[in-house]
Design a protein around this ligand. Structure first.
Ligand code: FA5
Ligand code: MG
Length: 518
């Protein structure tokens, strides 16, 4: 998770061209949209064009970016919630909607013919036993300590906020990343390397490559300094391993130095040679994964021929490393690929912070770790254009995949989008006494998810405006409703939009702005 909040364009918020157009009756709110659209995402908040991730954390300020949030009352939670057969007490931190808790039982990464499971196995095959052990059944319900503290997240880190993370209660969360299991797995010390695949949960944007429940694979490889002494030390042993690895043949842009004093520092516990060797090993292993994924995706596209091959065969392969920040690795990087006109982030990684093995009772070990988004890889591998499809129970989707086979996804049809804008005034600021929460962009995402579920394809903040006299803040969101399975009628989209409005008014005290209002 990335804490910088600045740096590569502020990250976290990105702009993306709106898909298609027209569809079933475009309703557009004029207001201030025209003036401010360009500033949203690309301007004042420094969003970077591309499908990049906040690493759950880059720039998670409140909606106005200054943390002077709008506070509103929340409905009380029931006294306990039952998850995976256990009762958990709830408290003022609980923010777990049923559409999220119901995903806990799906375990898509373990369904043998599901594209996520096929992708998991493909990556596992690049990290073979006995060096690597696989863990695919760890519970998603983890402590705040596991998810944040054990990884060195500062106490005021935005990723800890209720706007970003699903809390069961103040001490327990749905893991936001597979790194939540790093410390425990290092402590168990049963192998030099491990892979952990799991469902993870985040309050996040709504678009084709983000979903509040997704799957990650964590990978780590450690070397014992003592164990390598007789062979010239850790750096020499790792370099020898690198030299024994075959070339992958893809061109990867990597203008970054192995570490950088300010931007991407070497840890005091590591020699420059050690950090350089660990980083090079990490990057090479991951480049091999990407090379294999693209090779198979192209082969699948060629085998499919015709329409199914579009995109995979025509888009030139572009892959790049960019510097990143995570509290639990240094130096750190992210790997991005060029996909459908944007840079798509596949994974974050780096040299493991020495405090982790130290606290896990294995201070003699050093090494690397990565966390890759399985949906993102599967989208490239199978040519799946929208992340919502992974949750489809439609036979026209599931019937296209077979265990161990990489095939090209053939869209069963393309249904028209339906754009609806909604503009509203936020309530005036209140006090921040317990049980009250701020209105965050992710609150809008959550409202839309609750009302429309997978019928919402994309939600964008297209305008924000503060009244010069009253100081009141107005927001305008554009919601794109589109079903993956059928044509959505305009009246259905209108009634979803009405429900979104009602929740905003009744639960968040918002005042909806009418089109004629100036
Ligand atoms: C992390 O989660 C770190 N734990 C990764 C890591 C592990 C770094 C070990 C260092 C060492 P990040 O938030 O960037 O990083 O997420 C990793 C990947 O998950 C992203 O690159 C992306 O592929 C995927 N991802 C993130 N958010 C979403 C989302 N909402 N929907 C789908 N995939 C997502
Ligand atoms: Mg990231």
């Amino acid at each position: 998770m990335d804490v910088r909040g600045v740096g590569r364009g502020g990250g976290g918020y990105y702009t993306e061209p709106v898909l298609g157009g027209g569809g079933c009756g475009k309703e557009s709110w004029e207001g201030n949209c025209g003036v401010v659209v360009a500033g949203v995402g690309g301007g004042s908040r420094g969003g970077k064009k591309g499908l990049l991730d906040r690493t759950s954390v880059r720039n998670r300020d409140a909606i106005d970016g200054k943390n002077d949030c709008i506070f509103v009352e929340e409905p009380p939670s029931p006294p306990t919630i039952q998850l995976e057969g256990r009762h958990y007490p709830t408290d003022e931190w609980t923010n777990l909607p049923s559409h999220i808790s119901s995903a806990l039982s799906r375990k898509l990464h373990l369904q043998p013919s599901h594209p996520l499971s096929i992708t998991r196995r493909l990556i596992e095959s690049r990290f073979p036993g006995p060096t690597y052990q696989y863990h695919n059944n760890l519970s998603p319900i983890v402590s705040v300590h596991q998810n944040f503290d054990s990884l060195g997240f500062p106490i005021d880190h935005p990723g800890r906020s209720r706007t970003d993370t699903y809390y069961v209660n103040k001490d327990t969360v749905l893991r936001t990343h597979t790194s939540a299991h790093q410390a425990d797995t290092f402590r168990s010390g049963t192998s030099d390397g491990f892979l952990i695949s799991a469902d993870v949960y985040r309050r996040d944007a709504i678009d084709r490559s983000h979903y509040p429940v997704f799957h990650q694979m964590e990978g780590a490889r450690m070397w014992s300094r003592d164990g390598c002494k007789a062979r010239g030390g850790v750096a020499a042993v790792i370099m020898e391993d690198i030299e024994s690895m075959p070339k992958h043949g893809i061109n990867v842009e990597d203008p970054n130095p192995p570490f950088h004093e300010k931007r991407n520092p070497l840890q005091v516990e590591h020699t420059p040679e050690e950090a350089q060797a660990v980083g090079a090993h990490l990057k090479l292993c991951l480049e091999h994964v990407v090379a294999e994924v693209f090779g198979l995706a192209r082969a699948g596209a060629v085998a499919a021929g015709g329409a199914g091959a579009e995109g995979a065969s025509e888009e030139p392969l572009r892959v790049r490393w960019v510097e990143a920040y995570f509290p639990f690795t240094s130096p750190s990087w992210e790997l991005e690929v060029y996909w459908q006109g944007n840079w798509l982030e596949l994974l974050g990684c780096g040299v493991v912070q020495q405090s982790l093995p130290k606290n896990a009772g294995v201070p003699d070990k050093i090494g690397w770790a990565f966390g890759v988004g399985l949906e993102r890889v599967a989208m490239l591998l199978f040519g799946i254009p929208d992340i919502r499809l992974f949750w489809s129970c439609d036979k026209r989707f599931l019937g296209q995949f077979k265990k161990g086979e990489i095939s090209r996804f053939v869209p069963f049809s393309k249904f028209p989008p339906c754009y609806k804008d909604i503009a509203f005034w936020l309530p005036r600021s209140g006090s921040s006494v317990g049980g009250q929460v701020s209105f965050h962009e992710n609150d809008m995402m959550e409202i839309v998810r609750n009302v429309a579920g997978d019928l919402a394809e994309d939600v964008k903040l297209i305008d924000e405006f503060t009244h010069p006299k009253t100081g009141r803040k107005s927001l305008c969101f554009r919601i794109n409703y589109r079903s993956l399975e059928r044509t959505l009628r305009n009246d259905e989209a209108n009634s979803l939009q009405q429900m979104v409005k009602r929740v905003l008014v009744e639960e968040f005290g918002a005042e909806v702005r009418e089109k004629s209002e100036k």
